[in-house]
Design a protein around this ligand. Sequence first.
Ligand code: MSP
Length: 660
Amino acid sequence: MSNIPSKYYVTTPIYYVNDKPHIGHAYTTILADVLASYHRLLDVPTHFLTGTDEHGQKVQQAADRNGITPQEQCDQTVVRFQELWKRLEIANDDFIRTTEPRHKAVVQQVLQELFDRDEIYKAEYEGWYCVGCERFFAEKDLDGGNCPECGRPVDKIIESNYFFRMGKYQQWLIDYIESHPGFIQPAFRANETLGFLKNKELQDLCVSRPKARLAWGIELPFDREFVTYVWFDALINYISAIGYKADEERFAKWWPCSCHLIGKDILTTHTVYWPTMLQAMGVAMPQTIFAHGWWLTGRTKMSKSLGNVVNPMEMVDRYGVDAFRYFLIAEMTLGQDASFTEEAFVKRYNSDLANDLGNVASRVLSMIDRYCGGRIPARAAISADPSDDAEAVAWSAVQMAAREMEDSVPHMKLDAGLAAVLSAVRRINVYLQERAPWGLAKAGSMAEVEKILYTAAECLRVCAGLLYPVMPEKMLALRAALGMADAKPHLGKLSEFGVLVPGTSISQPGALFPRIEVEKKEEPAPAPTPEKKNPAPKAGNRQSAMENQQSPEGLITFDQVMNVKLKTAVVLVAERIEGADKLLKLQIDLGGEKRQLVAGIALHYKPEELVGKTIVVVANLKPARLRGVESQGMLLAASLGDTLKLVTVDGAIGPGAAVK
Ligand code: MSP
């Protein structure tokens, strides 16, 4: 990885304890876990913090409804998060609850110091308050008289309160953001904050609530009639948890934070309130505040009222933890919104995990079983020059993916990193097709077979290592199957060839990612129209001539079927055709013969998804030109409604096999 940091401290937002954990919470926490895991595998001292935000009106209201104390309410609901993190294989180093004494003490010290230095002052406040958002708004900021954030009605409030002199940091913050391009990421979010700061006068921040209105909060140390505003309290978790004001050595070890991960909706609190608070305290700025986008259901915002909120526990129960983690990281381009649908999930699972990764793992392991007595074969020597032999080509493709994956971590482009690894996985499949060890075994060239399988196993080891932070459980199983005794991979080892020890027994882990069979809804048979039943043959029409040969029931003879030569083929290259949205140009291996196909599948498959796939083609179709590009055959695909799926074969078989 370029620029390996000397330490890595990553945080998630602390979640409102009374919320039911949903996909948004799961996503940020999995993302933090993946980032932390990559850094740990590089031996970078890493600290990963998550937790819960437990004060505020909503908790108090829920407790009142349930007839228990707010603390009891928190204690009951915090478990939902803690259990979910266990289930999602989250390896956080700490979990902070804002009701813990270690946090409350720090919040009170910060308040006292800021008050003593006149950074906090008392004043009369008149404004509009939104209970849902727990925020005050000036009259001019209301949206048609309602809360500008959530649209709900607001209450007029006149009361004395304590204020943090946030306004005086306006120009300082503008300058800081402008002179630190990596501070707020992605860059367009920095512009959003700058736009806000440059167009409005920054107000002082009300940091107290009178107890008469809200008692559930951290008491102000200098005025017992008030509690602390929940955001002022919550943001401090990022420093209280690592020993600010309590264990200065520990604090110095982890601060400044490497990355605060947040959702785009809490940008202002993190990029305006938090930096100005830190500046007033005299504490260094975090390195990066990274705002990711939202998960949508299709194109719609998830909301309780629409009933479209994805429950992570349900997904995990249905499809497994690792597949769920993989989908979330692979599908969201960091910074942008992403769409979650079960259909997209199943599609990606079947193509990336079942067809590609699962398939290549089972091919390599079962061939080592069959041809090498279930032991890692002799260590192959491969050329350093990738143009020399197929082994060097495969290895260098995997190495390139390793560099892309490692590079994607500091650049927060994990989806691109995963895509590179998956394309390397497909490349291993292509390598096996090209070298066809099954044929060499038949011919008795066992030294060659061993060389191929050793190389393929090494390539697989590297891919398993790169995918480990995203799919820890399955990749540990794969490494164990490859006979690797040390459980966790080390990213430094991934660039070495020859790590697998010859003679080590391998095992069969079973299907790592069994294919998900989607239940197809029965399509009602279309009512035959008289025209369709017996179309009148037209003179000179080839189609009609064919129909004339059919029996009256529309059936064809055995000979007619045998006239169509179907064969297996492996996709070597796939690319888009300029100006043709629906077409892809494929170079295929038809078993010793290379051909070019043009297929109308671009709306259903990305080119990189196809490379390495074994498909079925009509091999004796007269060539034709589509959009000026020659197509020497036709591939088979099943389609129903808007769905189209390629016809593939069930198991390993070389290209050029007859399909009967
Ligand atoms: N308690 C505050 C954070 C305080 S941090 C000092 C809070 N909590 S929250 O539970 O409401 O939200 C936590 C995170 O969930 C936010 O980052 C928010 O962006 C994220 N998400 C909520 N819904 C989401 C999606 N549908 N998709 C992705 N993340 C979203 O805010």
